[in-house]
Design a protein around this ligand. Sequence first.
Ligand SMILES: [Mg+2]
Length: 473
Amino acid sequence: MTARILVVDDIPANRKVLEAKLTAEYFEVTLAASGQEALAAVEHTAPDLILLDVMMPGISGYDVCARLKADHRFSHIPIVMVTALDSPQDMVRGLESGADDFLTKPLDNLALFARVRNLVRLKRVLDEWRLREGGPLGDIGYEALADESYTDARAFLMSDSGSVRQVIEQASDTLKHEVVHCQPNMPPPGQLLTGSFDMILADVGYQPFDALRLCSQARSCEETRHLPFILIGDRSDSERLYKGLDLGANECLLRPLNPNEVMARLKTQIRRHRLQQRIQQRHQINLNQAVTDALTGLYNRHYMDAHLRRLHARAISEGRALSLIMCDLDRFKAVNDTYGHAIGDAVLRHVANKLSGSVRAPDLVVRQGGEEFVIVLPDTALPEAERVAERLRRTIAESEVALNTEGATLRVTASFGVADLAWDEPSADEALRRADEALYRSKHKGRNCVTLAPPSNIASPTVSATERPTARH
Ligand SMILES: [Mg+2]
């Protein structure tokens, strides 16, 4: 994983050491010798991560951090504060003031690469979601991370060290987290796969189970793939801890645990995880919006085209039936003109509900546009599709749309055209066109009726209608 990293430190030797370590791991490094230079460099290099010294003459690290986090163009760039080892208040203050993480001097390789990899990975995920959404970056930056709650999480702790348990319990009490301790007779992977935890902490020294195996299992399971996974170990375990980071652990805590540090890190991990979940959920909502019609909640034409392509391919290769019903409300313009668009919208929603409430689960009801709907019926031959259309016609004609709370109602009708897929049509478009023609014949016949499309003039099917698998409606 490569990334552009901006290293900010007023002492040349510190910059050199960091540059050498990061370059050896194939990161691209830019250097800045002051807060002022750092702010200018961010404008030019768009770094993926900033390693920021706290104590600098002129603009301090805290100030640089605060300015960048307040700027919508840059607030999404992760910042790691570099503080002196003997000042736990500094590191906590750094995190509280908006930094994404902190490191203590002298820099330990394990800690450095854990933070860098973890944050670059997170930024990549967020960049990816943002790119897909194609929206402005402003609303998902630091403000959002700081707004995430970090309380009421449920952590799974696998450690038999009394001091580790004590520190984690204490931090969890303050953060209102619940800690579930791993018991030797309880298979942890099975537990974790239930998805009932927000975080996993695993001691590499724990005997009954292997922390690294647990990490790899958690990462390969869909439900726990993005769960914060924190390894705990001694400095002498560094090789295993590195391995764990490669397997996808987010964080390493070194013994003896510092209670302030543990608290700050648990808090940050939970916040990051929740931010990521929120962005993914919003992405899912946007995806749903792209394929659904906002007024009726039905799928839209865009979705139907993709779905029909899949159904068409399956129908052809497996010799399965596929029918389409076109439905168009009768004299809908008059409804809009007489009652206004609000009632017109209510009518469309009413009809959408009636249609989707009267078909089977595999059938797809689509609002094609305006007052026109399409119903896609997999595994359904023409005679069966005709019966479905007739039932839908009756359902709409016999129902009443409420106009107001005083009980005034309106009745509407719809015309229908039905076609089934011909066996050697290259796409379902031809069947759609024939269903549309049949619909217009229904309009000409006086509306509120169902018309079947004549069979396609392309060669007859190799499988007869009676042999095709059909489903009951
Ligand atoms: Mg300094």
